[in-house]
Design a protein around this ligand. Structure first.
Ligand SMILES: CC(C)(COP(=O)(O)OP(=O)(O)OC[C@H]1O[C@@H](n2cnc3c(N)ncnc32)[C@H](O)[C@@H]1OP(=O)(O)O)[C@@H](O)C(=O)NCCC(=O)NCCS
Length: 181
């Protein structure tokens, strides 16, 4: 098989689609029997990583998890289904969207409970950044998500620069105060 076959330059969104289903057990819940937010974030991270892994076919690390909407609580005994796909690939990073549904075990009713965007970065075993294939959106929804992902990246970069500036200003203030003490 040629290298072009095993690692094509362009991949489709469909080839990155991933899915995970979990049953919510007592260990996953708080004292009210609702799924813990941190546990849900863990499931989201794992399902997101699967799509990024399928796209890059190398190791990936989570660089950012932004904008999670916890829309409705998930109850003990619910079946949780998470679906992910890559929205857009950049040079070494990929934005992945994850959508989560809870299924009532008795009625089968399916409710959308959360959505999130994550950024994964491709690295090799030596933790060196790796270039990822380009993504080819095909359907109108995929094209919309592809375009929105660029806007979110710009917003993320601006926010990150703003936080860095604020951090540096706080560090300078604290260093100044400590040297006077
Ligand atoms: C993510 C990480 C590999 C980036 O390394 P870095 O040396 O800062 O790399 P760069 O600044 O050259 O950025 C590399 C890519 O990551 C993206 N990136 C870096 N930090 C990011 C952030 N906070 N949010 C979104 N994207 C980010 C850059 O946009 C760039 O993407 P591109 O190549 O597609 O343009 C590094 O910060 C890291 O290892 N973080 C810890 C990851 C981790 O442990 N996650 C939790 C467990 S998996």
């Amino acid at each position: 098989m040629s290298n072009q076959m095993t690692n094509p330059i362009v991949r489709t969104v469909a080839s990155t689609q991933s899915e995970m289903t979990e049953i919510i057990l007592p260990n996953d819940t708080n004292t009210l029997g609702n799924l813990l937010g941190g546990r849900l974030m863990h499931f989201i991270d794992l399902t997101g990583a699967m799509a990024a892994y399928r796209h890059s076919r190398t190791h990936v690390v989570t660089a950012a998890m932004d904008h999670i909407d916890f829309i409705r609580p998930v109850r003990l005994g619910d079946l949780l289904t998470l679906k992910s796909s890559v929205n857009r690939a950049f040079t070494t990073s990929m934005e992945v969207g994850v959508k989560v549904w809870a299924e009532h075990p008795q009625t089968g009713e399916l409710l959308h409970v959360a959505s999130a965007y994550l950024v994964f970065v491709a690295i090799n075993k030596q933790c060196q950044l790796q270039k990822v294939p380009q993504l080819m959106p095909e359907t109108p929804n995929e094209i919309r998500r592809y375009e929105d992902a660029l806007r979110r990246r710009e917003h993320r970069e601006a926010e990150s620069a703003r936080r860095k500036e604020a951090r540096e200003a706080t560090d300078e203030e604290e260093d100044g105060a400590e040297s006077k003490a």
